[in-house]
Design a protein around this ligand. Sequence first.
Ligand code: F6P
Length: 481
Amino acid sequence: MSAEATSHTDQVLVASNRGPVSYGIAEDGSLTAKRGGGGLVSGLSALGTAAGTWVCAALGDGDREAARRAGPRLDPADTGGQAVRMLDIPAGTFDAAYNGVANSVLWFVHHLLYQTPLEPVFDTGFEEQWAAYETYNRAFADALADEAAPGAAVLVQDYHLSLVPGLLRERRPDLRIGHFSHTPWAPPELYAVLPDAIARQVLLGILGADRAAFLTHRWARAFADCCAAVLGAEVDGLSVTYEGRTTRLGVHGLGADADFLRERAFRPDVDERLAALREEVGDRRTIVRVDRTELSKNIVRGLYAYRRLLTDRPQWRGRVTHVAFAYPSRQDLAVYREYTAEVSRVADEINAAFGADGWTPVVLHVKDDFARSLAAYRMADVAFVNPIRDGMNLVAKEIPVVSERGCALVLSREAGAAAELGEDALLVNPYDIAATAEALHLALSMPPDERAQRSKRLAATATALPPQAWFLDQLTALREI
Ligand code: F6P
């Protein structure tokens, strides 16, 4: 695969807000690099380090310092040889673009997170943040225009960079430009929350790409519907034409990386954590969830549903443990901090109300530990994934791959993963506590044979498009246009 991809002479550039490495500053002023994982890192590795350059933003002080010290490219020793250009965007501009616009507006619109009686409010504060978002997007477009060889392919990621395809096309019409949305896309009536000029600007930004891709058909169709409703663009299947230019839409359902997971999940550090968790849980059944503490993940309603299960189905008291890992995310935003506190509060409440005789009904961990997450995957009887809305949700795909005895999957019908896994999962309405509690009961009661069969099929579907193939498919489709 790798050889085939690199046999194209074209260079490949990837642009995303968060890059493959982040830096901390030690007390003596030295920098420590920490490499991240995820689908993009793994996908880009399909090309080999020579063919690709990754453009990303400096996210914090350590990153900014590294970007300043390094010059245009980071030290390859920090990046596993990957060419990475980290943009030293001023902290205030970055904060307004990332926290103010990307995470508090675009993320909220696509995940339906607003409590509309009081929010959003698009006034002068927002106008300033929007200007910063434009500056931040221009910084990416300038860097990409500077880095790209003639005819290079550029794969721009996500809602942070929605203006980049259009800005880059103005600068470099010779490039092949793709955009990928890792989020859901809002339907037109909800997208209409955005100020009209901004709703247009975001769509036109993405339509600057030759190809705009999504995780499911549902999100691709919603994007096309917004283009028709807001711009009056012509939509023909998976093509959107506006003012004489056509952008193709694509769907690539990122899957779990089976080879990586099956190897990583059985290393000694995971074994150790599994033993510790077993100690805590005993031989009880487990309902496992692992999330970033993200508003869209619906962790609080998940806890309500578990409480309802213990209330309505007392036979499970003392016989099941909810292993819930909720790792901090976007803690610069007050609403995320409050949500994180609420998760702990509700978990404590359930433990106080039901806990007894050495039984802790909810085992909640909030400190990020990948090895412990894999240990929980291995012991899962039920995987519980109930987001309000989610682009895909890889946890729903990963747990069936790793669970040792096979697991039942309780899955929100609003997760992108439901389109692929729906037949073998127990689908739920994420707002309906009684129905979710009932699904948990059915999942816990599923006969072992049926559970094993379903889990096997879930794992096969979940791994159909691993990150490297997902990445190469996008690249091939972009080059074929
Ligand atoms: O899960 C969707 C997603 O857009 C990912 O593509 C991206 O990595 C993440 O959300 C952004 O999260 P963060 O704000 O932590 O970088």
